[in-house]
Design a protein around this ligand. Structure first.
Ligand code: HSE
Length: 400
């Protein structure tokens, strides 16, 4: 019997409890022993819920119980998750987590502590919900030189953008729907400002390129300024707006960016709707690869955490190798990154051309007193300078 403790009985923690119970026999067969949830830690009580019988409010009960081999950290946030994780690893317990904030901030340190204590710190659920992208990068794709990772990595924002485009919902209404379905973070600013996707692309890029990228170095724009007029422009031209988290590695250096982008139907990410996520990876031997699936929600995320629990049980006393070094990935300044921009403009065509060169106007009935156009490919700095020169740019959205 392998004993497990779950820290935090929220959306994901309760999902892990459910998956371990629902698939008990299959999991036991795959591990070779039965898994038993000996403790659930939470500040709250859950009368009537089976977890109440194993509930504790005191972390020391778990820490000092040498029978607990694996700790599931589904508390979210940095504190006390960081302290609890560190203590568990130092006590010789493996930790499996969905906490992307903690992985992005302290993942390297925690993985080193795990290694030193001959246990594992596993975080499959930190990126892409139920999609096994971290296992793919750490295992199946390790023979490749990877030079691009681009994903729809946040289920909440993809759900919001889909509801706005397909159901004509307002932003706030769509956000409420995502919250109700258990997709959004406790503080949904993390989703809509792009911070959640930013942390995820930093984690994935670190693993893909084998060098450390801090999430603080990721250029990040969220979707809170996307309005129904943007969506109408996109639709009229055959595009969808998607929050893309992208990174590229080139000879000159790498760059990372999270931003809403216009995606056309030839791009497979165009077809990724609702809470679904997808990650595109390009490798020099592999070529193109896309992993697609449920990006948020209780059971999909719990599936990834529970898969890690099984890995931790199978690899007890044996840290699983991973290519995540603390050497920094050399980055190029974001100002030098090239993009094509769709511009909403409140001046005349002459004024637009004086700043941006030849343009073709796009006009839609939903947008009065303005028109849109695509720029040629230009650097971020060139775009900013041209926009400033014209003084008439309402907003710009990059094209994928
Ligand atoms: N709030 C996150 C999302 C949860 O919407 O993708 C999964 O990480």
């Amino acid at each position: 019997m392998i004993n497990v403790a779950i820290l935090g009985y929220g959306t994901v923690g309760a999902g892990v409890y459910k998956v371990l119970d629902m698939n008990r026999e299959t999991i036991a067969r795959r591990v070779g022993e039965e898994l038993y949830v000996k403790y659930v830690l939470d500040l709250r009580d859950f009368p009537g819920d089976p977890a109440q019988e194993v509930l504790t409010h005191n972390y020391n009960d778990i820490l000092t119980d040498s029978d607990v081999m694996i700790v599931v950290e589904t508390m979210g946030g940095l504190n006390p998750a960081y302290k609890f994780t560190k203590l568990a690893l130092e006590a010789g317990k493996s930790v499996c987590t969905s906490n992307k904030e903690l992985v992005a901030e302290k993942g390297l340190e925690l993985r080193d502590i795990a290694k030193a204590n001959h246990v594992n710190y596993l975080f499959e659920a930190s990126c892409g919900g139920g999609i096994p992208i971290i296992h793919a990068l750490d295992n199946a794709l390790t023979a490749d030189e990877i030079d691009a990772v681009t994903g729809i990595l946040n289920g909440t924002t993809n759900y919001i953008l889909t509801q706005m485009a397909e159901e004509n919902e307002e932003f706030s209404e769509a956000l409420k729907g995502a919250q109700k379905k258990g997709y959004a973070e406790l503080h949904p600013e993390a989703d809509i400002e792009g911070w959640d996707a930013c942390r995820k692309i930093a984690i994935l890029s670190s693993l893909a390129y084998g060098k450390y990228v801090s999430y603080k170095d990721v250029f990040t724009e969220g979707i809170k300024d996307i309005d129904t007029v943007d969506i109408a422009y996109a639709k009229s031209m055959g595009f969808k707006i998607k929050l893309l988290a992208s990174s590229r590695r080139t000879e000159e250096g790498a760059w990372l960016m999270v931003a809403p982008k216009l995606v056309d139907g030839k791009n497979m990410l165009y077809h990724v709707n609702g809470v679904l996520n997808a990650v595109y990876v390009h490798g020099n031997a592999l070529g193109d690869c896309i992993l697609y699936g449920s990006g948020a929600g209780s059971l999909p995320t719990a599936s990834a955490v529970a898969g890690d629990v099984i890995s931790a049980a199978r690899n007890h006393g044996r840290p699983i190798p991973s290519d995540w070094s603390d050497d920094a990935l050399p980055l190029i300044p974001i100002d030098d990154v090239r993009n094509v921009f769709f511009v909403r403009f409140a001046g005349t065509a002459d004024e637009a051309e004086a700043a941006f060169g030849k343009i073709e106007k796009v006009m839609i009935p939903e947008a009065e007193g303005e028109f849109g156009f695509f720029t040629t490919e230009m650097t971020e700095k060139e775009f900013r300078d041209a926009a400033e020169k014209s003084g008439k740019v309402i907003k710009a959205i990059r094209r994928a």
